[in-house]
Design a protein around this ligand. Structure first.
Ligand code: MN
Length: 199
């Protein structure tokens, strides 16, 4: 197995009450594990074997649906776990906050734009804070397991922050109330990790 399901750096119940332990356990040990296994299956024995995930995603338009869906699923969840944590929330500081203020006007305006992107993504997908090639910050969303590293993405760049808006990310606790899950998510963001990705 070339790609490995990462352990979380916190317990499944560490994000409660915002994200419940049962959702975290199923999401990580079942959903993310399945994307990882299926991604490895799609890559093994192909010309992609041994390549870095970023390189595979950058050329994903030329590959199979299995690589696009499961490679995206593998990468997106690794990022999602890493930018959350217990004791998170609040606001970023320093250069990242300056860049957010410059791009969106204020942190509140950024929060509003990101939350709207997450809430209005039809069906399953993700919302993103992206650092574009010219260094500017942009909010976007993608369908299914697509992401900004893919050559076919509408908005391309380095993903700094993301939220999973597939129903499996919130349905046990929030049922159809996606906006409540999105609002809760702001309490578990690990801004130190987002800031280190920005640099
Ligand atoms: Mn998911």
């Amino acid at each position: 197995m070339s790609f490995k399901l990462p352990d979380l750096s916190y317990d499944y119940n560490a994000l409660e009450p915002y994200i419940d332990a049962r959702t975290m356990e199923i999401h990580h040990s079942k959903h993310h594990a399945a994307y990882t296994a299926n991604f490895n299956k799609a890559v093994e024995g192909s010309s992609l074997e041994g390549k870095a995930i970023e390189e595979i995603l950058a050329g994903v338009s030329a590959g199979s649906a299995a690589v696009r869906n499961n490679g995206g699923g593998y990468y997106n969840h690794v990022l999602y776990w890493s930018i959350m944590g217990p004791g998170g929330g609040g606001e970023p500081s320093g250069e990242l906050l300056d860049a957010i203020n410059g791009a969106f006007g204020s942190f509140a305006d950024f929060k509003s734009q990101f939350s709207t992107a997450a809430a209005t993504r039809f069906g399953s997908g993700w919302a993103w804070l992206v650092k574009a090639a010219d260094g500017s910050l942009v909010v976007s969303s993608t369908p299914n397991q697509d992401n900004p590293l893919m050559d076919l993405a509408e908005v391309k760049g380095t993903p700094l922050l993301t939220i999973d808006v597939w129903e499996h990310a919130y349905y046990l606790n929030y049922q159809n109330r996606r906006p409540e899950y999105i609002e809760a998510f702001w309490n578990v963001i690990n801004w130190e990790e987002v800031a280190s990705r920005f640099k």
